[in-house]
Design a protein around this ligand. Structure first.
Ligand code: NAD
Ligand code: DAU
Length: 356
């Protein structure tokens, strides 16, 4: 048996591959285009491991996807590949529509053709798991209950709109064609291999480099944080026991305002890697212009996956964030490697006009 995953050189995908092969010997075929966010360095530990086959390719390339399905005959597809950064979607939405919508469509069509030709046990066991986000539900008011699986979709950014569209396609391919799909909508992940354009790794990298820590707006926006390997275990649970056609919200009941996240990172860095001048990294905090259309609050009600699949996160925020800071301190070469010319161009584009 084999699984095909897309986007397995990105943050969550690479953590998933590493975890999968720690937990089982079932081979993984990993299709990734290696955009700026994809990094084979994340998978260096698997060099020479026959259980992992990496293929550089685009999910929009139907011939490539068909070829992989025919050659490897996977029992499941786990679809991570996406353009994932909200700020980038504001600067350039086109690539988000192409990968997140057209790419998911291409993958669904290829999966439908492949699954349609399977028979018996193989056909009954096949699954297409779509990895999505809580952002499709829009923004919560302070007293609203957390998002459940039946919340109305109200995406507010080009990124979340493209992910919402992909969720609708996945749902339709099940209802219309019977494709055996499951979907997960997860809250904000953090942990190793997180690209330093996102809040937590950006703050760690900037702090250590003596740069400003740019807080958008008033810093009171709330996100619900989950350690990345807990997201991976949730997907494994859904693949194993999830019900076809169902959606599972995944989160760790850990809502926190951004400014509190930044202060937590500062406390850990002050302890584990103090500044040479003895001052706190808090001195580097800089309030900057807000993200246009910035969602105020996300929160996940994870009771369905807990109740139906017995899933629970293994990490608390306290244990996960300490591990994360320790990982970044021990892997500064990884951070330097991904901070290429293109990365610096992005920082100029996103932060120059914000007054950071
Ligand atoms: P990421 O940006 O770190 O990685 C995306 C990966 O997809 C990269 O390796 C990239 O090379 C690859 N990719 C992009 N376009 C491709 C294409 N056209 N063909 C093949 N590969 C392509 O993203 P991530 O943070 O790891 O997110 C993975 C998935 O999880 C996404 O679908 C995202 O929407 C979802 N998600 C992310 C979070 C989070 O907090 N990061 C939370 C919930 C859901
Ligand atoms: O909720 C799940 C989503 O979480 C995923 O679907 C996305 O792929 C993922 O990128 C993430 O989206 P966010 O926009 O919540 O993550 P980001 O790390 O970009 O920002 C987190 C919060 O921090 C958000 O309120 C914006 C704020 N922020 C971010 C950056 C990069 C800042 O205040 N300053 C910054 O420099």
């Amino acid at each position: 048996m084999t699984i095909l995953i897309t986007g397995g050189a990105g943050f969550i995908g690479s953590n998933f591959v590493l975890d999968w092969l720690r937990e089982s010997d079932e081979p993984v075929v990993n299709l990734d285009k290696l955009t700026y966010a994809g990094n084979l360095g994340n998978l260096r530990g698997l060099e020479g491991d026959a259980r992992h086959t990496f293929v550089q390719g685009d999910i929009c390339d139907r011939a490539c996807v068909d070829g992989l399905l025919t050659a490897h005959r996977p029992r499941a597809i786990v679809h991570f590949a996406a353009e994932s950064h909200v700020d980038r979607s504001i600067h350039g939405p086109g690539e988000f529509l192409r990968t997140n919508i057209d790419g998911t469509f291409t993958l669904l069509e290829a999966a439908r053709a492949y699954w349609g030709a399977l028979e018996g046990e193989e056909k009954a066991a096949f699954r297409f798991h779509h990895v999505s986000t809580d952002e499709v539900y829009g923004s919560l008011a302070p007293d609203d209950p957390p998002f459940t699986e039946t919340n109305t979709y109200a995406p507010n950014s080009p990124y979340s709109a493209s992910k919402a569209a992909s969720d609708h396609l996945v749902r339709a391919w099940h209802h219309t064609y019977g494709l055996p799909v499951t979907t997960s909508n997860c809250s904000n992940n953090y942990g190793p291999y997180h690209f330093p354009e996102k809040l937590i790794p950006l703050m760690i990298a900037n702090a250590l480099a003596g740069k400003p820590l740019p807080i958008y707006g008033d810093g009171q926006q709330i996100r619900d944080w989950l350690y990345v390997t807990d997201h991976c275990s949730a997907i494994r649970a859904i693949l194993a026991d999830g019900k076809v056609g169902e959606v599972y919200n995944v989160g760790g009941w850990n809502e926190m305002p951004n400014i509190e996240i930044v202060h937590t990172l500062i406390r850990l860095l002050d302890e584990l890697s103090p500044r040479a001048d003895g001052a706190s990294y808090a001195e580097q905090i800089a309030y900057v212009a807000d993200r246009p259309g910035h969602d105020r609050r996300y929160a996940i009600d994870a009771r369905k996956i807990e109740r139906e699949l017995g899933w629970r996160p293994a990490e608390t925020f306290q244990t996960g964030i300490r591990k994360t800071v320790e990982w970044y301190l021990a892997n500064q070469a990884w951070v330097r490697d991904v901070q290429s010319g293109a990365y610096r161009e992005w920082l100029d584009r996103n932060y120059a006009h914000r007054g950071a």
